[in-house]
Every structure is written in C-alpha cells, then in structure tokens.
Design a protein around this ligand. Structure first.
Ligand code: C5P
Length: 244
C-alpha cells in the first residue's frame, strides 16, 4: 500500500522542520525610552510560558584602572562599549538549550563582577533588551521578532535625570554633560539608524497596552505552532498521507 510506505519511510517529518529553538525577541530603543516596562509587560502576559530576559547592559566591558580615573570621558553609548562576542556566545548557548551564567552589571562601580552572575536556564521565549542590540547583524539574525521602543527625546532625558540622580546617585551636572557629550550623539549616530530593522515600532513604550497585546498575541500564535509540532512530530507525514 503506497500510503503505508509513505508513513513508514518518511523522507522528511514536521519534527525536522519544527522550530525547536526558542523564540527570540529583541527590544531596542534609546536609554530610558521604556524598554524595560515593555519587556516586563510581555513577561507578565506570557506568565504560562518559560520566558527569560537578557539585558545588553550585562555585557558592558569592565573599565581599566586608567579608564576609571577619567570615567566622565568614557562613552557608554558607543557599540564598542559592549562585549558583543560574549553576548553572542551566551545567546547561542541559550538557543541550543544550554543554561548560561550572565553577569550582573553594577552602574555604580562600572564593573560586571561585583555581583554574582545570574544562572539563566533555556526557555521557550528569550527577550534580549538593550540600546544597541540591533547594531550587530549577527545579533539581529538571532531574533524572530524585533521591537523598537520610540519615545520622545525630552521624555527620555527627563526620565534619565530622575533615574541617574535618584537610583545611581549621580550629580545632575554630570548627567547633563554625559547626555550632550555622548548619549544624544550616540542615539543619533548608532541607535536611531537601527530603527529600520524593527518589525514593530512602539510609541510611548510601556504605556502602549494595545501594542503590547498585539505583540503577545503574535508570540502566542508562533508558540502554538511550535507546540503542535512538538506534540505531533509526524504531522507532516499524516498530512501528506491524506493527500495521496
Ligand atoms: O538600561 P538603559 O538602556 O537605559 O542603559 C543604557 C544607558 O546606560 C546608556 O545610555 C549609558 O550611557 C548608561 N550607562 C551609564 N553608566 C554606565 C553604563 C551605562 O550611565 N556605567
């Protein structure tokens, strides 16, 4: 019976085509644009899935002793401030189902080895958040969905002043100097040009519940297709048998 032989000797099956790797979402945008609230809301709405958040900040290079003496001349908004090779290695491991230790960056000491690293287990969804995660094509290629959080510059600056003075204990003049010298030019030169890679642009960040609902719906659809292939790995064979 040709139908039986089709079932017994499948040349391909849905399992081979199935997206067995996690769904990777990139969330980019200027500093203090509202990336973190967007990620938190996505995670909250996907509470029944295994979701992990990886922040590009964790991959800031440690400053040398010399750089530390003139920290106000250091550009933390330039792509070279990040160890992208280490980020790529960590993401590759997670994509292939391996746990990975991710450093926790300390904004006060400018070091990534003050706090213990965080063990991140493989998950169904990985959210990668950071100002420059769309800059390197190899990092972009890891993503199934790219989101750019688009918030006005005055709102970002106001939030930054509040955050850096209150949470990081910095002086307001230092914050404003860093903004005009590095943050604003780097936004224009490196961050804004990556907006063109986004699949979705969210105005107003975490306040935009409609956008977040739509994004979560899309992720659920993609994960649903994935689950179906995991439960019925021979779905493709059954389907093709019926067509004979
Ligand atoms: O979390 P968020 O995306 O806001 O972090 C990025 C910002 O953190 C950058 O604009 C950079 O200037 C700032 N930063 C800093 N001090 C550091 C490291 C990063 O102000 N030591």
């Amino acid at each position: 019976d040709p139908r039986n032989s089709a079932v017994e000797q499948p040349t391909t099956s849905a399992a081979e085509h199935a997206p067995t790797q996690p769904f990777v979402i990139g969330v980019a945008g200027g500093a203090a644009s509202g990336k973190t609230p967007v990620c938190d809301l996505i995670i909250e709405q996907l509470h029944d899935q295994r979701v992990v958040l990886v922040n590009q900040d964790s991959f800031y290079y440690n400053l040398t002793a010399e750089e530390l003496t003139k920290v106000h001349e250091y550009n933390f908004d330039h792509p070279d401030a990040f160890d992208t090779e280490q980020l790529l290695r960590a993401m590759e491991k997670l994509k292939h189902g391996q746990a990975v230790d991710i450093p926790k960056y300390d904004f006060k000491s400018y070091k990534n080895d003050v706090f213990p690293a965080r063990r991140v287990n493989p998950s169904d969804v990985i959210i990668l958040e950071g100002i420059l995660i769309f800059h390197d094509p190899r990092v972009r290629d890891l993503m199934s969905m790219k989101i750019f959080v688009d918030t006005d510059a005055d709102v970002r600056l106001a939030r930054r002043i509040r955050r850096d003075t209150v949470q990081k204990g910095r002086d307001i003049n230092t914050v404003l100097d860093q903004y005009s010298k590095f943050v604003k030019p780097a936004f224009d030169d490196f961050i804004l040009p990556t907006k063109k890679y986004a699949d979705v642009i969210i105005p107003r960040g975490g306040d935009n519940h409609v956008a977040i609902d739509l994004i979560v719906q899309h992720i659920r659809t993609k994960l649903g297709q994935h689950d179906l292939c995991k439960i019925y790995p021979n779905l493709y064979v059954i389907h093709s048998t019926f067509q004979i």
